[in-house]
Every structure is written in C-alpha cells, then in structure tokens.
Ligand binder design. Structure first.
Ligand code: 5GP
Length: 208
C-alpha cells in the first residue's frame, strides 16, 4: 500500500512547526518531508534535518532540472520540495507531511496530486503577533512582513480540505492526529486483496 501525502500550511506563528514535530510522536509511521531552502539556518537548525540549506545558484539549477514538485518564494527566500525524495517515501508505504506555504499547496492542487490539505489558523491576529514576538528569532521589520503575509495566507484557507484553529496545542494536536488517522482509514486506502484473501470473498459477491 502506498503512503499518503498530507499538506500542512499555516501563517508563521500559528504553531505549525511545533504541531508537526509533536505529531510524529503521537502518530506512528509518518515522516516530515525535508525541504530545500536558500534561507540562512536559524540557531539550532541542522542541515539535512530541518532543511537542506543551499545557495540560490544550486536552488535555481534544481528548478531548471525540474527537481521540485513545487517551489515558491516566501519572505524573500526560496523553498522547494524534492519530487524524487517525496515519491520514494510514498512508494515505500510511508505517510509524509509537507509543511509548505499556500503557494506551494496551490501548485500541488493544480497538478492533481492525491493529497490531504490541512490549514492551521491562529485564533487571532493579536495571538499571532505575540507568538512571533516571543520567538525572538526575527527583527521587528521581519515580524511586520510576516503579519502582512499571514493575512494573505489565511485568505487562501478555502483551498484546503480541513481547517484547525490552534488555540491550545494539545487540542489542535489531537485534531491534526484525527484528520491523519481518518485519512488512513478511508475506503480508498483499503487493501481489497487483503479483504478478499482474509475472508474468502470474491469481488462478484458485492451487493453494492
Ligand atoms: P521558515 O523559514 O519559517 O522555516 O518557513 C517559512 C515558510 O516557508 C513556512 O510557511 C513554510 O511552510 C514554508 N515552506 C517551508 N518549506 C517549503 C517548501 O518546500 N515549499 C514551500 N512552498 N514552502 C515551504
């Protein structure tokens, strides 16, 4: 059985990174896709774990070679998802979370790729601002830019299949887990051959 793709988008400061990180602790058999980016590594970030940090030349060569399933410019930096790496995992039966922005999510939708689209919203713009300020990783100018971009991104929520409002981390985490687990149990992912073999049924026996 192939793995599934879960696209998770949120404006920065909505708590998406923490949520996605915690998710892999509560939901088994799911991994994070590691994006390529031209952004500088933040303190504590590790190359090959948080991102593959590359320069713009290398990134644009990868774009030219068609290596990205999607890519976008976010806050002045380039980010992209490697096509080969993602499909290797899916073919290997592993579920993958793509933590990407709304432009990237829209590209994946347009390509008709089978994926579940989940949008994480902050409870308010004030909360978002407070969270961004408390991170102390960005300058005030960057925070203002991120707030402006946040409103634009929230406007794209209709593109998604599920919306989770992250007011309390534990609640949002349960909700995200529920979306992913219900996706796994969907009839489209059932191994009909297994049902046939296990219960001795043949396809002609269906009443529907
Ligand atoms: P940050 O720099 O804070 O880690 O991420 C900034 C934004 O870039 C986030 O909204 C994140 O979801 C997005 N992002 C990270 N990786 C990718 C990617 O591969 N493609 C796209 N389109 N966006 C990404």
């Amino acid at each position: 059985m192939k793995g599934s793709i879960f696209i998770v988008s949120a404006p920065s400061g909505a708590g998406k990174t923490t949520l996605c990180r915690r998710l892999t602790e509560v939901v088994p058999r799911i991994v994070h896709s590691i994006s390529y980016t031209t952004r500088q590594a933040r303190k504590g970030e590790v190359d090959g774990k948080d991102y593959f940090f590359v320069d713009e030349d290398r990134f644009m060569r990868m774009v030219g070679a068609g290596e990205f399933l999607e890519w976008a410019e976010v806050h002045g930096n380039l980010y992209g998802t490697s096509r080969v790496k993602l499909f290797e995992m899916i073919q290997g039966g592993i579920d993958v979370i793509l933590d990407i922005d709304t432009q990237g999510a829209a590209q994946i939708r347009q390509k008709g790729i089978d994926a579940t689209f989940i949008f994480i919203m902050p409870p308010s713009l004030e909360t978002l601002k407070e969270r961004l300020m408390s991170r102390k990783t960005d300058s005030e100018q960057v925070i203002l830019l991120r707030l402006k971009k946040a409103r634009e991104e929230i406007d794209d929520y209709r593109l998604y299949d599920y919306v989770i409002v992250n007011e309390r981390l534990e609640v949002a985490l349960n909700e995200l887990g529920a979306v992913i687990l219900s996706g796994r149990l969907h009839i489209s992912r059932i191994d009909h051959e297994w049902v046939k073999k296990t219960f001795g049924l043949d396809a002609s026996g269906s009443r529907f």
